[in-house]
Write a protein that binds this ligand. Structure first.
Ligand SMILES: NC(=O)c1ccc[n+]([C@@H]2O[C@H](COP(=O)([O-])OP(=O)(O)OC[C@H]3O[C@@H](n4cnc5c(N)ncnc54)[C@H](OP(=O)(O)O)[C@@H]3O)[C@@H](O)[C@H]2O)c1
Length: 269
């Protein structure tokens, strides 16, 4: 698996699996938890080691159990989770601390590879104390890297200005409906690795046709060229699938490279 080196020198796999509908009734984000983690099991079997969960997904505990029960050593995995920007979690330093300890317990691990603030925290004091607590967990070795999600350039500047330990990633939406090209350029320039969420979402049939047309030249399909486009420009992708075959094909991204022309065609879809 290709990796990308973060600003703190640690590495992150270029491809991971999303999990936001895993362990839920009807594979629905808001579905009741049903303990069915077969999709995560098949993703791990297919070779995914970066696993992206979040407290809001309500499935940290099931994700933790599935990773543990895989029998694969913990250090082979790269686990991401996220703290919601809600007072119950970030209202005070104590609540942030309690939240991180609960994530460690849920995920059944001594350390979390990457802990993100899930959404912008508008109140600067709360943003600051949340960040300071996350930094203290990095000091203790219980979190390896910290970052943000859905932050704008301005919000990141605010964090840059007070952070003792800088955010190493910003997890944001990026797909043909909402590329976020300008933000991604800024992140790449400032050594903050972008992680594209929803990388396969909101693609129109017309865009799929155009992508398939490009993909033919490489013996690939529309999903593979779309994901390849992102990793080729330094963006980590976390596609999610409940289909074993899709999970396997979505990892076959490292035996071809898009030409400049094809990159441009995809960029301007
Ligand atoms: N930070 C945030 O605010 C935020 C927000 C949203 C999501 N996320 C994270 O990003 C992850 C990915 O986003 P997402 O789950 O919303 O959606 P996604 O990965 O963009 O798309 C998932 C859809 O793509 C389909 N798909 C996957 N591989 C395919 C293939 N090879 N061919 C055809 N269809 C394929 C899946 O269907 P099948 O199951 O049938 O394959 C599923 O319907 C989430 O799971 C979550 O971990 C983060």
């Amino acid at each position: 698996m290709q990796t990308i080196t973060l600003a703190n020198g640690l590495v992150i796999p270029a491809v991971g699996t999303g999990t936001n509908t895993y362990g839920k009734e009807g594979n629905q984000y808001n579905g009741e938890l049903n303990g069915d983690f077969s999709a995560l099991k098949s993703a791990i079997k297919a070779g995914y080691r970066l696993i992206d969960t979040a407290i809001s997904y309500r499935n940290e505990a099931g994700v933790g159990t599935t990773i543990l029960e895989s029998g694969i050593p913990r250090e082979k995995f790269y686990i991401i989770t996220k703290i919601p920007a809600e007072d119950a979690f970030i209202g005070s330093k104590e609540s942030v601390e309690k939240t991180v300890l609960k994530s460690l317990e849920n995920l059944k691990t001594d350390y979390i590879d990457l802990y993100l603030i899930h959404q912008p925290i508008e109140d600067e004091e709360k943003l600051k104390h949340t960040w300071e607590v996350l930094e203290s967990f990095v000091d203790k070795g219980q979190i390896k890297s910290i970052g943000v999600s859905n932050f704008t350039m301005e919000m990141l500047e605010t964090v840059h200005n007070f952070a003792r330990i800088q955010p190493v990633v910003n997890q944001i939406q990026s797909n043909p409906h909402t590329w976020n090209h300008e933000l991604i350029d800024y992140l790449l320039k400032t050594d903050v690795v972008p992680i594209a969420w929803g990388p396969l979402s909101k693609v129109t049939p017309e865009q799929i046709n155009k992508l398939n047309h490009i993909a033919e030249n490489y013996g690939k399909n529309w999903v593979q060229v779309l994901l390849r486009y992102q990793i080729q420009r330094g963006v980590v992708v976390i596609p999610k699938s409940h289909n074993e075959e899709h999970q396997i094909t979505n990892l076959k991204l490292f035996d071809f490279a898009l030409t400049k022309e094809d990159q441009f065609l995809i960029e301007s879809l």
